[in-house]
Write a protein that binds this ligand. Structure first.
Ligand SMILES: Nc1ncnc2c1ncn2[C@@H]1O[C@H](COP(=O)(O)OP(=O)(O)OP(=O)(O)O)[C@@H](O)[C@H]1O
Ligand SMILES: O=C(O)C[C@@H](O)[C@H](O)C(=O)CO
Length: 324
């Protein structure tokens, strides 16, 4: 019998405030649009829009922002059975985005003492996790205790219950104390995961080196649990390495780029969905890349997530020029 959820995502759900006036620095930006944000929340929302059955585990502020995030997740068909509210006054994170040009974007984070990093191990329920085929773990949730222990508990429960772990490295510097901690906790979880997804820079953080080699990173992980390793290179595309030795190249689709952020989350949402629908890895890379190409042309990361028809239409439209 199939389980209630295709995957449960664990980590942060927060608020994005995206510059309405763009092609200018933050100092000259006066208006911002509010969206739900936070990489794992974006992935959950994107996959739900593609028809996946998705749940979420995370901690929100007990205030208007937290209530907004919870209802947006619910309206997006993401189950919030694993969502809790912070009783100690910690606030949900805010991400102000600056769009100086399509290539030059940055995010100004307000995440001091942020609610999502106060998720405790007691708040991760085995009963809830048992309902899922897979667990999508966001690396940022490993940055601080008690969220770190909550994630390690979820990973251990996933192992006990035969739940596949998909690790999105999702490295955000602001919450980590030092690179050694990143390398320790990323390696710990990556070794236990079936699928590891990250950018080249994020794999370098995990390996605590500079300018690492994709093949070497994948081969190292294949000594442990991983069966599939995805390494992303921005507009240059991405590579998928399978434990059986096969390597696939994914290419970026042409896009009328508005901003760069949101690419990784939309890519993960569609890639995971395609794999879960039984598509071969090289096809799944096309879904991920097409989804990202659509989101970078739009204003938000969550609200802008495409549906299956939009992704498939783009793949079809650019089939001749793909990879050229
Ligand atoms: N400018 C772009 N135009 C079209 N597709 C893009 C562009 N940038 C990225 N992509 C697609 O998105 C995928 C993921 O992008 P990237 O490697 O930048 O991930 P990321 O750093 O996790 O993204 P983010 O900027 O959201 O943190 C790429 O492999 C590519 O297919
Ligand atoms: O992940 C975050 O905390 C911020 C995101 O919500 C933002 O939209 C983004 O950077 C997506 O890549």
């Amino acid at each position: 019998m199939s389980k209630k959820f295709d995957f449960i995502a664990i980590g942060r759900a927060a608020i994005d405030l995206n510059a309405v006036e763009y092609n200018r620095p933050m100092e000259e930006t006066h208006t911002f649009s509010k969206y739900v944000g936070g990489s794992p929340a974006n992935i959950a929302i994107g996959a739900a829009k593609l028809g996946m059955k998705v749940g979420f585990i995370g901690k929100l502020s007990e205030d208007q922002h937290g209530h907004y995030i919870k209802s947006y997740l619910e309206d997006s068909n993401v189950d919030t059975g694993g969502v809790v509210f912070d009783k100690d006054g910690h606030k949900s994170g805010l991400a102000f985005t600056e769009i100086r040009s399509p290539e030059e974007c940055s995010i100004l984070m307000y995440r001091d003492e942020v609610a999502d990093l106060f998720l405790t191990p007691e708040e991760v329920s085995e009963e809830y996790l048992k309902n899922t085929e897979a667990l999508v773990v966001s690396g940022t949730a490993l940055a601080q205790s008690p969220s770190r222990e909550a994630i390690l508990k979820a990973v251990a429960l996933a192992k006990d219950n035969d739940i596949k772990i998909i690790f999105e490295l999702d490295y955000r510097p602001y919450t980590w104390k030092n690179p050694e901690e990143v390398a320790v906790y990323y390696s710990l979880v990556a070794r236990e995961s079936s699928v590891v997804i990250g950018t080249r820079d994020e794999f370098d953080m995990m390996e605590n080196l500079k300018d690492g080699n994709d093949h070497a990173s994948a081969d190292y992980l294949f000594n442990y649990e991983p069966e599939l390793v995805i390494i992303k290179h921005g507009v240059k595309g991405s590579y998928a390495f399978e434990k059986n030795g096969k390597t696939h190249r994914g290419y970026a689709y042409k896009s009328d780029v508005l901003k760069t952020f949101g690419a990784g989350d939309s890519y993960a949402a569609a890639f995971i969905t395609a794999l879960s629908h039984g598509k071969p890895v090289d096809e799944a890379l096309k879904y991920g890349s097409a989804s990202a190409a659509i989101v970078v042309s739009k204003h938000s990361s969550s609200d802008a997530m495409p549906n299956l028809e939009e992704i498939e239409a783009l793949i079809e439209k650019q089939s001749e020029s793909y990879g050229k």
